[in-house]
Design a protein around this ligand. Structure first.
Ligand code: EPS
Length: 450
């Protein structure tokens, strides 16, 4: 593999594809320098949560829920707890939706869909009202499925039930759990199509973070056995150029590795195979002290880990050095503390931006492993649920590789968890108060580091 190009420093913009460079530029204008935290409003929420001792996630912070089947009429996301006065741009969310749809190795479905968000509530003249946002993404494929996915009426006479569950998908276990004789009742919702709604929902958190100077991006480290060569990923990662990532059809900042990854995907397609891979999500511009060490539910490590692991097909998550830290002695793991003109900082970032379940102020670096998609054109053995005889698993139209798309979904999940942590620390009600709290926190931290 070619070694990855080292890119110059500078602020990392939120990654975006070419058609949305204009949006990127607008976002860049929003970004503030690395900031800091403390807020009377936030403290009230935080203390209440702690004294009740229930969960770290206050009801006042952002929550989202999605609904919708893969081949139903539309996907819906409701996002509550969004502060009033936040600038929200449908274009920006659409650019994320478009990035999620793209990537070498995607299947036929993405040729049908053109995911666009419709904002149905919670926003007026481009700013949030402090009320729940309802977001809709239409499924264009619905028109081909209206009969088979009708909400009411009798099943069509020619309906073919899915009775040959795919190993690795939710088909069999979901059918057992829900007592259905048609795996479609399960796979429609277990499909990663649902992640389009997540990207719309978490796009709101990304808008929130961008206004506070936090950028979140991702890149692909490996697809199958093709791996990006990085001298020191934890130092290199925050400096990759967004355009290098977005120009790559597999979200890999190195052109030679991109080509090798595409070849691997081609070979997998020809062999009726699918491929997984590894990607990283990086967040820059974070304040130190987000999250908490006092209770298990406050720890950002577990919250971000859970958020990323909630994405279909994710099998592992690492922070910073991750599993490698377990092989090294302590002196080669922990990042020495230094003070410079900006305050306290770290000589390295092996921790990946988290210590004691809290942000350190260094870039957050989360690495995740995605398994290969379970739908195979050379299907594995299964059992026919009607006859209990050996059979071949269902062959559905699918993707050969969706690692780049998954990385975009993970950006959103990480952003959402971080936005929650910001709200807990600085308040939930409106952007002006939140920013005032952040200014006060920054000021106090500056004083402490003198
Ligand atoms: C997806 C849509 C799906 C799949 C894929 C993700 O479309 P369809 O099932 O109509 O081809 O391409 O779903 C899976 C990988 C999965 O395992 O379910 C999407 O929009 O991302």
């Amino acid at each position: 593999m070619q070694p990855v190009r080292r890119c110059g420093g500078g602020f990392r913009l939120r990654a975006a594809a070419l058609p949305i460079v204009g949006v990127l530029a607008a976002r860049a204008g929003n970004c503030r320098s690395r900031g800091l935290v403390a807020d009377h409003v936030g403290c009230v929420v935080y203390n209440e949560r702690r004294t009740t001792g229930t969960t770290a996630e206050s009801e006042a912070t952002m929550h989202y829920i999605t609904a919708g089947e893969s081949h139903g009429p539309e996907l819906t996301a409701i996002v509550s707890g969004v502060p009033a006065g936040l600038k929200v741009s449908a274009d920006q969310i659409n650019s994320d939706l478009s990035r999620r749809q793209s990537g070498y190795g995607r299947g036929g479905r993405q040729k049908i869909e053109r995911d666009l968000v419709e904002v149905r509530s919670g926003v007026r003249f481009g700013r949030t009202l402090g009320t729940p946002l309802s977001l809709v993404v239409k499924n264009r494929d619905w028109e081909n499925w209206a009969g088979r996915m009708a909400a009411f009426g009798e099943p069509p006479a020619d309906l073919v039930r899915e009775v040959t569950p795919r190993p690795g998908h939710a088909d069999l276990v979901g059918a057992l759990k829900t007592n259905t004789d048609d795996c479609r009742n399960v796979l429609e919702r277990a499909s990663a199509r649902e992640t389009a709604a997540r990207v719309a929902a978490t796009g709101v958190a990304r808008e929130f973070l961008a206004e506070l100077g936090v950028e979140v991006f991702s890149y692909v480290v490996s697809i199958g056995d093709v791996e990006l060569c990085e001298d020191d990923a934890l130092l290199a990662a925050p400096d990759y150029k967004p355009l290098d990532i977005e120009m790559s059809e597999v979200r890999c900042p190195d052109p030679a590795t991109t080509e090798a990854m595409k070849k691997a995907i081609d070979a997998a397609r020809e062999a009726g195979e699918s491929l997984g891979g590894v990607f990283r999500v990086v967040a820059t511009g974070l304040l130190p002290g987000l999250g908490g060490y006092a209770t298990s539910s406050e720890r950002l490590t577990s919250r971000i880990g859970a958020a990323v692991l909630s994405i279909p097909a994710i099998k592992g998550v690492e922070f910073g050095l991750g599993f490698e830290a377990a092989r090294r002695p302590g002196s080669q793991v922990h990042d020495p503390i230094v003070a410079d003109e900006t305050g306290f900082t770290r000589a390295g970032n092996n921790a990946g931006g988290l210590e004691g379940g809290m942000t350190t102020g260094m870039p957050l670096i989360v690495t995740a492993a995605m398994k290969p998609i379970p739908t195979l054109m050379q299907p594995l053995a299964t059992v026919n649920m009607d006859t209990l005889e050996a059979a071949q698993a269902s062959r559905e139209r699918s993707d050969v590789c969706a690692v780049p798309a998954c990385a975009v979904v993970a950006e959103g999940e990480v952003a959402f968890a971080l936005a929650n942590a910001y709200q807990e620390a600085f308040g939930c009600t409106n952007m002006t108060d939140i920013k005032a709290s952040i200014r006060a926190y920054k000021q106090r931290i500056r004083t402490m580091s003198r």
